[in-house]
Design a protein around this ligand. Structure first.
Ligand code: ZN
Length: 80
């Protein structure tokens, strides 16, 4: 075992998703740690709609394709 090898036990789930609300396409990187996974939230980078995935910490989101609905509003679960 070399020093600095402690990353070997960590895994990252990487998947791509299309936003149900605005049609943007993005990649989600969900890390898994030794402490176990729990429900983490991530948001569409274009409209902010929230999704959930099992991960150890907050997932990273990378935009792949801009939204396709031609609008620029933000997704809202509830109106103020
Ligand atoms: Zn969206």
């Amino acid at each position: 075992m070399e020093p600095g090898d402690d990353e070997a036990g960590l895994a990252v789930s990487i998947f791509e998703k299309s936003c149900l609300y605005c049609g943007a396409r993005f990649r989600v990187l969900a890390p898994h740690g030794q402490q176990g996974d729990h429900r983490e939230e991530y948001a569409c980078p274009e409209c902010g709609k929230e999704y959930q995935v099992d991960a150890s910490v907050e997932p990273e989101v990378q935009l792949l394709q801009p939204r396709r609905d031609g609008k620029n509003d933000r997704y809202q679960e509830t109106m103020f």
